[in-house]
Design a protein around this ligand. Structure first.
Ligand code: ZN
Length: 75
């Protein structure tokens, strides 16, 4: 099964999960299901942390932390 990176909107952590196509990802930290698939599989930790941090602060400014798109993450 593929390993995917997810961002959890409930606990604001990033997790990597093995997910089949029919499965719903669940956060291993808090059990939440508000997970957003990150762009690349297993991005380098330092790099993805930076991207996510930027996306998070942007989303926080705009007030929709749990609901931003992948395109918005790139800015
Ligand atoms: Zn979580």
């Amino acid at each position: 099964m593929p390993l995917y990176g997810y961002h959890c909107a409930s606990c604001a952590d990033d997790v990597e999960l093995l997910i089949g196509s029919s499965e719903t990802p669940v956060c291993p930290n808090c059990g939440g299901k508000r997970l957003t698939r990150l762009m690349s599989r297993t991005a380098a930790p330092g790099k993805s942390r930076g991207i996510i941090k930027a996306a998070r602060s942007q989303a926080a400014r705009e007030g929709h932390l749990s609901n931003f798109s992948r395109a918005e993450r790139r800015r």
